[in-house]
Design a protein around this ligand. Structure first.
Ligand code: FES
Length: 62
């Protein structure tokens, strides 16, 4: 069960915004390729592409 403040951004892999944030903060994810190889986001239906990219850019700016 997800925490209420955590939002699933990729239904195919179950990846959440919080997980993406943590990966960016940890330095393990620098770009979309890193994120894809760790979580598999965008490799299912591809429908989360825009949302994932926006989140990635948002967390990298902070
Ligand atoms: S929702 Fe992310 S690949 Fe389908």
């Amino acid at each position: 069960m997800l925490f209420s403040r955590e939002k699933e951004v990729c239904e195919c892999t179950g990846t959440t915004d919080k997980q993406i944030k943590k990966l960016v903060r940890s330095g393990r994810v620098k770009d979309l390729d890193d994120l894809v190889s760790i979580t598999g986001v965008t490799t299912g239906c591809g429908g989360c592409d825009v949302d994932v990219t926006e989140l990635l850019n948002k967390f990298r700016r902070k």
